[in-house]
Design a protein around this ligand. Structure first.
Ligand SMILES: NCc1[nH]cc(CCC(=O)O)c1CC(=O)O
Length: 302
């Protein structure tokens, strides 16, 4: 019986995503045996420090890629948001699944919406992008770094450490925690990270049998949107120390992309928006990146 082994991180969200990919693969290929290979990554170990500080590209990928190179796994399942803009080495992403909710969620036990927070309220977030956007709308808030898995972050909110937290809606929805969302922070006011809400499956670029199996799960409209978002982010060349946001939507054959570069400390943001043919997502991404630089994003990227 043909078998595919899927490497995965061990967090509840990563396991949900990998089980989802496993079910989709079993449905697409009746004879296929699908196994999970759970493992811990450096990104999971350094949970006590801000993500921008431990930084580094592929913090959540490396161990999974090594497993594929050493023949312990055939493919790896990731949140595409956590996948570096340039894949290192001999890897490919043959499957990008249909995107779920791409936006951030405002979660609080006391307030129904961001605008209802009192002056100086304490908000926990794990990303510089969220900090920049929150500052832009609410310069009075006290922003505190909040890392950890989705359940850890909710636990800290429930312990009373924060008035509210902001995290990805997709993670909450996948874990059955949608009722905790008080407000969806949607575009254009709040722009998500490139590829937020999309799951990708990686494998070795020379493994044709695995590529053929994974291709059945690829969703072209999602691939088109996230390609524009990732091309814009790649072109700007910002490290994970720079707040960069990108959100593309597809209407028929027309792809639109909204991009933003910001400063987490003062909430200053530069925005750009353009549209183009869905068949050329990377050109659109580069175009919006150029537009952002022309509007003064350069110093923010340093
Ligand atoms: N950086 C961690 C991470 N990577 C992907 C998601 C959410 C799921 C997704 O974007 O598909 C999260 C949690 C979060 O940002 O709150």
């Amino acid at each position: 019986m043909p078998t595919i082994r899927l490497a995965t991180r061990e967090s509840a969200l990563a396991l949900w995503q990998t089980n989802h990919v496993a079910e989709r693969l079993r449905a697409a290929h009746r004879e296929l045996e699908v196994e999970l290979v759970p493992m811990t990554t450096r990104g999971d170990q350094l949970l006590d420090r801000p993500l921008a500080e431990v930084g580094g590209k592929g913090l959540f990928l490396k161990e999974l890629e090594v497993a594929m190179l050493e023949g312990r796994a055939d493919a790896a399942v990731h949140s595409l948001k956590d996948v570096p803009m340039e894949l290192d080495g001999p890897f490919a992403l043959p499957a990008i699944l249909e995107r779920a909710d791409p936006f951030d969620a405002f979660v609080s036990n006391k307030y129904e919406a961001l605008e209802e927070l009192p002056f100086g309220a304490v908000v926990g977030t794990s990303s510089l992008r969220r900090q920049a956007l929150l500052r832009a709308h609410r310069p009075d808030l006290k922003l505190v770094d909040l890392r950890g898995n989705v359940n850890t972050r909710l636990g800290k909110l429930d312990a009373g450490d924060y008035d509210a937290i902001v995290l990805a809606a997709a993670g909450l929805i996948r874990l059955g925690l949608e009722t905790r969302i008080r407000e969806r922070l949607v575009a254009p006011r709040f722009i998500p990270a490139a590829a937020q809400g999309a799951i990708a499956v990686e494998c070795r670029a020379d493994d044709e049998a695995t590529i053929a199996l994974l291709k059945a799960l690829d969703h072209l409209p999602t691939r088109s949107c996230v390609s524009a978002e990732r091309a814009m982010t790649r072109e700007l060349g910002g490290s994970c120390q720079v707040p960069i946001a990108a959100h593309a939507t597809l209407k028929g054959e027309r792809l639109s992309l909204e991009g933003l570069v910001g400063n987490a400390a003062d909430g200053y943001t530069v925005r750009g928006y353009a549209s183009g043919p869905a068949s050329e997502p990377e050109e659109l991404g580069r175009h919006v990146a150029d537009m952002l630089v022309a509007r003064g994003a350069g110093p923010l990227l340093e």
